[in-house]
Design a protein around this ligand. Structure first.
Ligand code: NAP
Length: 305
């Protein structure tokens, strides 16, 4: 598996992250097989959140991988906190308590990466900074980042947080590519010009923050998978054509499209299917041409000015 540095850190990570939000759909034996298959393909970076399955996903994962010190040093664990029932909470108390819960469920004493899951309107960056300092000095968390945040929110955190923010997890797929289209359509009157994210793509590149695209196969907000979907005939035709050329599956091409962007993104896959996780990993070996990348972008219905 091809690797890269996560953000400005020295942490070497596979270019594909394995999302564990859906691992509670598997039985124990299936979950074991799934994590082993990912590991054998070199995908040893696992993405979690305290809320996935109400905490069950982290527990199922720890059991499936048979967590112990030996296993722990071979994998990279990322989790997130900050979402509560009916609210978001970046208070020091909530962050510290959440991490303790995460570590217990994952059966480990440290996280490689902690992300703040979704912006808290009542965020007090001084408190976040205190929480991060405590988590860093106690050795509970080695690297920090955010999720679903725009540049000015990151700047606000950075006013007080001294640790580098190495990653930002954002919704992004071929069919959810507004962060790309707003940059292509600057100052136009069309919808594609609407900047919904404060130019997070350019900001991330300027500051060497790794974008982790989540839901790389979904359209809308978890409305379904665009691959093989009759709602996207032109897109599927184009992806299938390019997949045939490279002799890979459409799954591989959908991930290769994200990896082709020079921002050096690390897609977070969600599949629990053994064949599909391997197909996702194969994308690390494919570099689409500029022509292919734009053909797929346009086939998804995106317009060029
Ligand atoms: N930061 C955030 O706010 C946030 C939000 C959501 C998710 N995430 C992270 O991102 C990860 C990925 O999210 P996601 O699960 O929504 O991503 P996804 O990979 O876009 O979707 C996965 C789902 O699509 C199905 N699927 C994938 N390819 C398919 C195909 N070719 N045909 C039919 N079904 C297909 C999978 O089924 P199979 O299992 O059968 O393949 C699975 O149910 C999560 O695990 C989580 O770690 C983060």
């Amino acid at each position: 598996m091809r690797t890269m540095k996560l953000g400005t850190s020295n942490l070497e990570v596979p270019v594909i992250a394995v999302g564990c939000m859906r691992i509670n759909s598997l039985g124990q034996a299936e979950a074991e097989k799934f994590v082993q298959t990912a590991l054998e393909a070199g995908a040893n970076f696992f993405d979690h959140a305290d809320i996935y399955g109400g905490g069950k996903c982290e527990e199922i994962f720890a059991d499936a991988i048979h967590m112990n010190d030996d296993v722990r040093e071979k994998i990279i664990l990322q989790s997130k906190c900050g979402i509560r029932q009916g609210m978001f909470d970046f208070s020091k108390e909530h962050i510290l308590n959440s991490v303790d819960g995460i570590l217990k469920r994952l059966k480990t004493d440290y996280l490689d990466v902690l992300l703040l899951h979704r912006p808290d309107a009542l965020v007090e960056p001084e408190e976040v900074a205190e929480a991060f300092d405590k988590l860093e000095s106690s050795g509970k968390v080695r690297h920090f980042g955010v999720s679903n945040q725009k540049p000015m929110q990151i700047e606000l955190l950075k006013k007080h947080v001294k640790q580098p923010l190495v990653a930002n997890q954002l919704q992004m797929s071929i069919t959810n590519a507004t962060m790309i289209s707003n940059g292509i359509n600057v100052n136009m009157e069309n919808d594609a010009a609407v900047d919904r994210d404060g130019s997070i793509l350019d900001y991330s590149r300027l500051h060497d923050m790794t974008i982790q695209p989540w839901s790389p196969f979904q359209y809308g907000f978890f409305e379904g998978v665009f691959l093989g979907n009759e709602k996207f005939p032109e897109l599927n035709q184009k992806i299938d054509e390019i997949a045939a050329k490279y002799e890979v599956s459409n799954t591989t091409i959908a991930i290769a499209w994200l990896l082709r962007h020079p921002a050096k993104m690390q897609p977070v896959t969600g599949t629990m299917n053994l064949e599909r996780i391997l197909d996702c990993c194969k994308a690390a070996d494919i570099t689409l041409t500029r022509e292919e990348w734009y053909e797929i972008y346009r086939a998804a219905g995106n317009v060029l000015p």
